[in-house]
Design a protein around this ligand. Structure first.
Ligand SMILES: [Ca+2]
Ligand SMILES: [Ca+2]
Length: 270
């Protein structure tokens, strides 16, 4: 595939865009880790996780178009699936009018003690430079695979001249699916968004997944408030939501349970 390289000037423009937001919210899963689901057709529900700091009401929708979106406007969750399974993730908004959307990916971002990843690391800018299409607002793509990079860890924290302890590295996210609250009137007309048709602050999605580590990026699904990337990062209102993760039995198991139940009822009647 032909790759259209982004001019360096544009990349440095992005640096300025992201510059002031650097420390606030690199990708992390702190307090947003569901742990291990067994999968394998077992019914299992993890404790819900409630957060109050989803940044902006457009952050997820913003990642679904050709210029991608800034990961800082979403929040990352993780879970591990010990066996292949059918996983259901539900998001209930706890802020009136907030419409949640999310995407699930195979793969994890960097974990402490290595430096956490962010959209404006040198490596992330290198990744953006490899992408075709319009100038990107960030590295996060809500409807497909994407990559991000972290910063090197230096011998003396924050001092590049002290030498590198751990080099910067990339992490890849393999897209598994999405779900969005509402309709195209809320999240936009991009093909591939799985809207639930009712903008009521609740959305749920069910995904058949192989064993492995997964990341969920959740954010606002209101595309109309996105606007162009600000020259100077603004402040964004925070929104609250509760996420619930469960595995459900395979559909064939449902059928078996149903048939068994019918059979027993029939036997009892006889
Ligand atoms: Ca966008
Ligand atoms: Ca809904």
């Amino acid at each position: 595939m032909m790759k259209q390289h982004t001019p360096l000037s544009a990349i440095f423009g992005l640096l300025a865009i992201f510059g002031a937001d650097l420390a606030s919210a690199h990708i992390s899963y702190t307090n947003r880790d569901f742990g291990i689901l067994q999968g394998g057709g077992n019914l299992e529900t993890k404790p819900s996780i409630a957060i109050t700091n989803i940044s902006s009401d457009f952050g997820w929708a913003a990642t679904t178009d050709a210029n991608y979106g800034d990961s800082h406007r979403t929040r990352a969750f993780r879970f591990q699936l010990a066996n292949a399974g059918i996983v259901t993730l539900s998001v209930q908004s706890n802020t009136a009018g907030f419409l949640p959307g999310f995407s699930i990916y195979s793969g994890l971002s960097h974990l402490a003690p290595v430096a956490l990843a962010h959209d404006s690391s040198a490596l992330s800018l290198e990744i953006l430079g490899e992408l075709s299409g319009p100038l990107k607002a960030g590295v996060l793509f809500g409807l497909g695979n994407w990559e991000i990079g972290n910063d090197p860890a230096y011998n003396i924290h924050g001092d590049p001249l002290s030498g590198i302890t751990v080099p910067a590295s990339r992490r890849s996210f393999s897209y598994m699916g999405n779900a969005a609250d509402g309709t195209s009137g809320n999240y936009g007309v991009t093909a591939g968004i799985n809207g639930d048709g009712i903008a009521d602050g609740f959305v749920t999605g069910t995904f058949s997944l192989p064993a492995g580590d997964y990341s969920v990026f959740v954010g606002g699904a209101n595309i109309s408030t996105e606007g162009p990337p600000p020259a100077i990062p603004g402040t964004y209102a925070n929104y609250a939501s509760t996420l619930t993760l469960s595995t459900v039995p395979e559909p064939s198991n449902y059928l078996l349970i149903g048939l068994t139940g019918l059979g027993l009822a029939f036997l009892r009647r006889r």
